[in-house]
Ligand binder design. Structure first.
Ligand code: AMP
Ligand code: MG
Length: 453
């Protein structure tokens, strides 16, 4: 096919731009997972994503974005807007940017027809529109839906248009786009991530100090991102291929980060906190159980998200009410009240009683217990000789058997968690896991973020 992009001179794709199309994205109703996934994949391939742009279902806006970004980047990936309905405007927008008429592609039409035939459905007339392409573009087959993709050369950039649904976009990228990418041969990109819990992002950044300087000379960039109580340190090398050894540079920086951040670092790359804790327990042949009040099962859920958790997780008790704290976990009724001097359900004493009770009743080597005030109600005002318990007050206890001595060790801490009900619950569950991890690595002395005492 004369002038098809596959026959044009090969471009080097040093930089990319990603355009996400759809009112649902620009209005904030759908989370844009495509652009994140694509940028990650491009980074892995050695291509730098220089811009992310989200446009509504608007042909002039999309066409203008394609025109602008094809002058700024070597590769433009567009997702969405390839459907058959009136709000799917990626085909005409690409044609407009290329100043090229739309033509019907017989092969694409037969593929769309075959998709409907295989699904045993009659093809609606409007799906014929999906076989249109700018005359100088080629279509990309879609094995997971009706919308074919598009590949075109616009100016000095390669443009790929992919369907919006991730289950169609991802396989099309892997099969049709990736083999057509040409990252610079003289550059290499490596990204590694270390995950920490228990330090605030700025505390961690302070510890890392000069390592985070963005000097152009170093070649290794170190940055932090915080999400749901986990602060991740991203180490990225971007530079020439040998003589400089990218892997050695990255490994050296990872070691420096570990030294500066200490045992707050719990894992790398795809590790999760629960996964790391369970791995260690499995290696030691030990099992954990939980007794949960204010987290209502969230801690158990975090643990059982990990495949193979049954090898080191026995299960848990959700003791939301005082009576279940007594009957299931064996908490002494006198600790719970009603006497004014009783510590009450949200207290150091009850957290310890839940953990020690759970250790015996669940027949485990370690038991974690959480009791607190997730809010928005339930705050306890100060009383004569007792300080207030504001929303976010959470006590977490860990009780473990010490095999060598036939004894138990306990660690109990008071926290003042921040945020809404969900954040307080989420943070509490993760902090409980962090306490067990500190015990397993012998770093119980470490204070955790939000810890009061
Ligand atoms: P479209 O191809 O524009 O018809 O998109 C169809 C559906 O794909 C949308 O309704 C979304 O559910 C999903 N989708 C489109 N773009 C994205 C994106 N950037 N991230 C995640 N989902 C998307
Ligand atoms: Mg759409």
């Amino acid at each position: 096919m004369a002038g098809s992009p596959d026959q044009a001179a090969t471009l080097t794709h040093a930089t990319a731009a990603i355009i996400s199309v759809g009112d649902e994205l620009s209005l904030g109703q759908t989370i844009n997972t495509n652009s994140r996934w694509l940028a990650n994949r491009l980074t892995d391939s050695g291509i730098i994503t220089a811009a992310h742009v989200t446009v509504p279902d608007d042909q002039p806006a999309l066409s203008a974005a394609i025109s602008r970004l094809t002058t700024a980047a070597d590769l433009v990936l567009v997702t969405g807007g390839l459907g058959p309905t009136a709000d799917d405007l990626t085909r005409p927008a690409l044609a407009q940017a290329m100043e090229d008429p739309l033509v019907e592609d017989p092969l694409a039409l037969s593929q769309v027809e075959a998709w409907f035939a295989a699904a045993n459905r009659a093809m609606p007339e409007i799906n014929k529109l999906q076989a249109l392409r700018p005359s100088r573009a080629t279509t990309l087959p879609n094995l997971n839906g009706t919308a074919p993709g598009l590949h075109a050369r616009v100016g000095d950039a390669d443009v790929f248009c992919l369907p919006g649904p991730p289950r169609e976009m991802i396989p099309m990228f892997e099969a049709q786009v990736l083999p057509r990418l040409h990252p610079p041969k003289d550059r290499t990109v490596r990204t590694r991530v270390l995950h920490s819990i228990g330090l605030g992002e700025s505390d961690l950044a302070t510890r890392l100090g000069k390592l985070m300087d963005r000097g152009p000379q170093s070649g290794v960039l170190v940055g932090t991102t915080a999400s749901g109580g986990i602060v991740s340190v991203r180490v990225r090398y971007e530079g020439p291929l040998p003589p400089i050894d990218a892997d050695a540079q990255v490994e050296r920086t990872l070691r420096e980060v570990r030294t500066l951040a200490g045992p707050y670092i719990f894992g790398t790359d795809n590790d999760t906190l629960a996964g790391v804790v369970l791995n260690t327990l499995r290696e030691r042949g030990e099992r954990v159980g939980v007794v949960e009040s204010c987290t209502g099962g969230l801690l158990s859920s975090l643990i059982t998200e990990v495949p193979g958790s049954s090898m080191s997780y026995a299960g848990g008790l959700i003791t939301y009410s005082n009576s279940l704290k007594q009957t299931l976990a064996g908490v002494d009724a006198a600790l719970l009240g009603p006497a004014p001097e009783a510590p009450g359900a949200v207290s150091r004493e009850v957290a310890v009683a839940m953990a020690t009770g759970g250790l015996g009743r669940l027949q485990v080597d370690h038991c974690l217990a959480v009791t607190g005030i997730a809010g928005p109600g339930g705050a306890v005002p100060a009383q004569a000789d007792r300080p207030a318990k504001p929303v976010g007050t959470v006590f977490i206890a860990r009780c473990s058997r010490l095999f060598s001595q036939g004894k138990k060790t306990t660690d109990v801490r008071q926290f003042l968690m921040k945020g809404d009900r969900h954040s307080i619950q989420d943070w509490s569950a993760k902090t409980a896991l962090a306490m067990l991890r500190l015990h397993l690595v012998g770093a119980e002395d470490l204070k955790l973020l939000r810890q009061v005492s």
